[in-house]
Design a protein around this ligand. Structure first.
Ligand code: FMN
Ligand code: ATP
Length: 309
């Protein structure tokens, strides 16, 4: 996959292009990319995606985090086998761009001969770039436009907004149904207080990456992937009131059955089920007792045959 927003690189061939924010690469997004690849291969075109590095809501005043960091989004498109990726920083100027100018850009700079969008895609000033507008304007200029019907779950369209709300309400299992896989953090392990190991629960610690959505605070059944191996785990998202009086949210996972120092290494933590809220215990012994129960909860969850994917 080639990033074509950098160094003035452009596709050297005609393309089929999909447009949208694609935050989370949920099942609706997967359907769009399936159609993109199908249309491209039928017509002998390369595949391209025009997307944003953040989420438009963050620029337009909504204070919600995104499901993907920039690098997670780039990795998701690479995994989908997309040939060319244009990742644009979303700005107010971009939001005010006339819809015609945006389509002209797709046709000329990205060499779009096919354009694929979902039923609800809009772009350009005053959201005038509707699927119908696209069909008329791009169609008159020789491009074929595909408009995908909504992919639904429990009778409502799957959307990034809906997934963010589920995660903020502590419903990671339902979020995973819409995403097609559990919500994940890819992070580098940071130093903790080294207290965990003294109570029999060493943890990997990191902070929520800037701009990424922090799910409801509390304790989760999770898995931790490290060097290609997945461990059952328990993860706390919170401020550790028993041992810390700081006010920064931190993510900590205990990997069941793992021993070793992995500071500075990359891990992937996936959230499966919300167990409980964070509690301020009278003493560390109370915390240790609760952590043993949390671990039992995680072990029986995975013993029931749940996959760690
Ligand atoms: C699964 C899990 C659940 C936790 N639950 C709580 C909690 O309810 N209350 C709390 O004060 N700290 C909680 N913690 C944080 C512990 O206080 C912390 O992991 C421990 O002190 C070790 O810190 P360290 O990694 O900096 O050494 C939890 C940690 C984990 C991994
Ligand atoms: N459930 C869905 N079914 C089919 N296509 C979809 C679905 N959701 C989004 N799309 C399409 O996928 C592309 C990228 O979607 P985009 O990320 O912009 O919207 P979204 O997932 O609905 O997010 P939000 O909730 O923030 O509006 C767009 O063309 C959009 O129309």
């Amino acid at each position: 996959m080639l990033r074509i927003d950098q160094n003035k690189e452009r596709p050297g061939e005609d393309t089929a292009v999909a447009i949208g924010t694609f935050d989370g690469m949920h099942r609706g997004h997967q359907q769009i990319l399936w159609r993109l690849k199908q249309a491209a291969s039928r017509q002998g075109l390369a595949t391209a995606v025009y997307t944003f590095s953040g989420i438009p809501g963050a620029v337009l005043g909504k204070k919600t985090g995104a499901l993907f960091t920039k690098s997670e989004k780039q990795a998701a498109f690479a995994a989908q086998g997309i040939d060319y990726l244009w990742m644009q920083k979303f700005t107010r100027e971009l939001a005010d761009m006339p819809a015609e100018a945006f389509v002209d850009f797709l046709l000329s700079a990205l060499r779009a001969r096919v354009i694929v969008v979902g039923y609800n895609n809009t772009f350009g000033k005053d959201a005038r770039g509707t699927p119908r507008f696209l069909q008329e304007y791009a169609g008159a200029r020789g491009a074929k436009v595909y408009i995908e019907k909504p992919v639904e779950w429990e009778g409502e369209p799957v959307s990034s907004t809906r997934i963010r709300e589920l995660l903020l309400h502590g419903e990671p299992a339902r979020a995973a149904q819409l995403l097609g896989e559990p919500y994940a953090f890819h992070a580098r392990v940071e130093h903790g207080k080294r207290l965990g190991r003294t109570i029999g629960f060493p943890t990997v610690n990191f902070y929520v990456p800037e701009g990424k959505l922090c799910p409801k605070r509390g304790v989760y059944i999770s898995s931790v992937e490290y060097r290609g191996r997945k461990y059952a785990g328990i993860t706390n998202i919170g401020m550790r009131p028993t041992v810390d009086d700081g006010d920064t949210v931190n993510i900590e996972s205990h990997m069941i059955g793992f021993a070793g120092d992995i500071y500075g290494e990359e891990v992937c933590v996936r959230l499966f089920q919300y167990l409980r809220g964070e509690v301020k215990f009278q003493n560390v012994e109370g915390l240790r007792h609760q952590l043993s129960e949390d671990r039992e909860g995680a072990l029986s969850f995975f013993q029931k045959g749940k996959s760690m994917r």
